[in-house]
Design a protein around this ligand. Structure first.
Ligand code: SF4
Ligand code: SF4
Length: 56
């Protein structure tokens, strides 16, 4: 399952910079992950200060 960013996201941008396949972009009020691009590497979860990205 692809990673999904929860509403805990504070839009810091750390995950976007660290995603190796550029699957993360800024959405409305939080960042969002394109499930078709995500390879489930987990880098976004490791980079996030508030634990927002998680696998569903
Ligand atoms: Fe990108 Fe990896 Fe996070 Fe998927 S799990 S959005 S590929 S950093
Ligand atoms: Fe949001 Fe976490 Fe990504 Fe920062 S690293 S933009 S808080 S999901």
């Amino acid at each position: 399952m692809a990673y999904v960013i929860s509403d805990e996201c504070i839009s810091c941008g750390a995950c976007e910079a660290g995603c190796p396949v550029n699957a993360i972009s800024q959405g409305d009020g939080k960042f969002v992950i394109d499930a078709d691009l995500c390879t489930e590497c987990g880098a976004c979860a490791d980079a996030c200060p508030v634990g927002a990205p998680a696998q569903e």
